[in-house]
Design a protein around this ligand. Structure first.
Ligand SMILES: [Zn+2]
Length: 372
């Protein structure tokens, strides 16, 4: 019978709980019911897993990360010059921050114009105004409303905060889970249980941004990675963890490790949803200690890493958007003919016109964006 490695009680049908090794909110798929008991699990969620998930919200939103329950959170971005806010829905889809209502009136007449995010909201606004202006014909107003969409016209700032002991506890827990999952011996990590249970502070986890790359020969992409190395000659048991390729951590699980040799790599391709494998450099206690000694986050290295990551995300979004626009053009032009209609030159012209109509605003938006 499996035992909870945190509190050592038997895991039964009654107290079992499914634990994700990498948070499910981040798109982690690897999971087990044989790691910890329900009792130990309930403490973590709101304490620090949520904190780590919040710090990664930009990526989970832009990538529209699939999870077992719910969808990624929306985020709010701000125009650094005007302070104007925009909501970003999962998948990086911008939406107005709040509805806009303009009322101009003189003695005899009031003109109400407004922009709402959807019909339900428009109806609510009109109903509200009708209390003051009973002449408003809600249905008529809704019927004459116009649906519009467009691109953001200027650049917006996305703020991100990473780090802090609580999110690092969550990372440490991922390393411990993975060690136990791959057959590790509890005795080598039990001293860290008070740390992840918030009973004690231990300097065992930090960021890893140095010149010495650990991962090699990997296609450019977005990955969640755990590399676990246990070496009794080096007296160390270490985990190197990457979230979304760009956020890199190191966890010194044990600095007096005397157990069997361990060398395990787990790498999950977040975009293509599959596991891959590649070459890596063995990490040593020296690497881990050097990284843990650096108190402050090396901001430039982190920024570079995050920029690389965002570049990959935007590339992915662009190709998805273009195929969305092309599909829309086909639907708007050829879509209205029965499926077995023979295609005529007129229909081809119609398709070309529709493609131009759909894609031109995007190209203009891109050209404006790149010239700034
Ligand atoms: Zn337990």
């Amino acid at each position: 019978m499996p035992k909870c490695y945190m509190c050592d009680i038997d895991i039964t049908k009654v107290n079992e709980t499914e634990e994700h090794i990498i948070l499910n909110a981040l798109g982690g798929r690897l999971k087990s019911k044989e790691l910890i008991c329900h009792e130990c699990n309930i403490g973590f969620g709101t304490l620090f897993d949520d904190e780590l998930a919040r710090q990664m919200e930009v990526f989970t939103n832009l990538l529209n990360i699939k999870r077992d329950r719910g969808t990624p959170n929306s985020i709010v971005i701000e125009n650094s010059k005007t302070g104007e806010k925009v909501i970003i829905r999962p998948g990086g889809k911008p939406e107005m921050f709040k509805p806009e209502i303009n009322i101009t009136s003189n003695n005899s007449k009031a003109t109400i114009s407004f922009a709402a995010r959807n019909m339900k909201e428009a109806r609510k606004i009109l109903a509200g105004q009708k209390r003051k202006y009973p002449q408003i014909e809600i249905e008529e107003a809704l019927n004459t409303s116009r649906k519009s969409s467009g691109y953001l016209k200027s650049s917006y700032e996305i703020r991100m905060k990473i780090g802090g002991t609580n999110s690092l506890r969550s990372v440490c827990k991922t390393a411990m889970h993975y060690y136990i999952l791959t057959g590790g011996d509890r005795q080598y990590i039990e001293h860290l249980i008070p740390f992840v249970k918030q009973q004690k502070e231990v300097n065992c986890v930090g960021f890893y941004y140095t010149e010495n790359e650990i991962i090699f020969n990997r296609p450019r992409g977005i990955y969640h990675t755990i590399l676990l190395i246990g070496d009794s000659c080096d007296n160390s048991l270490i985990a190197y963890i990457e979230l979304f390729s760009g956020i890199k951590y190191i966890v010194l699980l044990n600095e007096n490790y005397k157990g069997v040799g361990v060398e395990k790599l787990y790498c999950f391709d977040v975009i293509n949803q599959k596991q891959i494998t590649y070459d890596y450099r063995r990490i040593t206690k020296k690497d881990a200690e050097a990284a843990l000694k650096i108190g402050d986050l090396p901001v430039f290295a982190v920024q570079k890493s995050i920029n690389d990551l965002l570049e990959i995300i935007f590339k992915k979004q662009t190709s998805e958007h273009i195929s969305e626009l092309t599909n829309r053009a086909v639907l708007n032009s050829l879509g209205k003919y029965p499926e077995d209609t023979e295609i005529t030159q007129d229909m081809v012209d119609e398709l070309i016109n529709e493609c131009t109509k759909q894609i031109t605003p995007f190209l203009i938006h891109r050209l404006n964006g790149s010239s700034k």
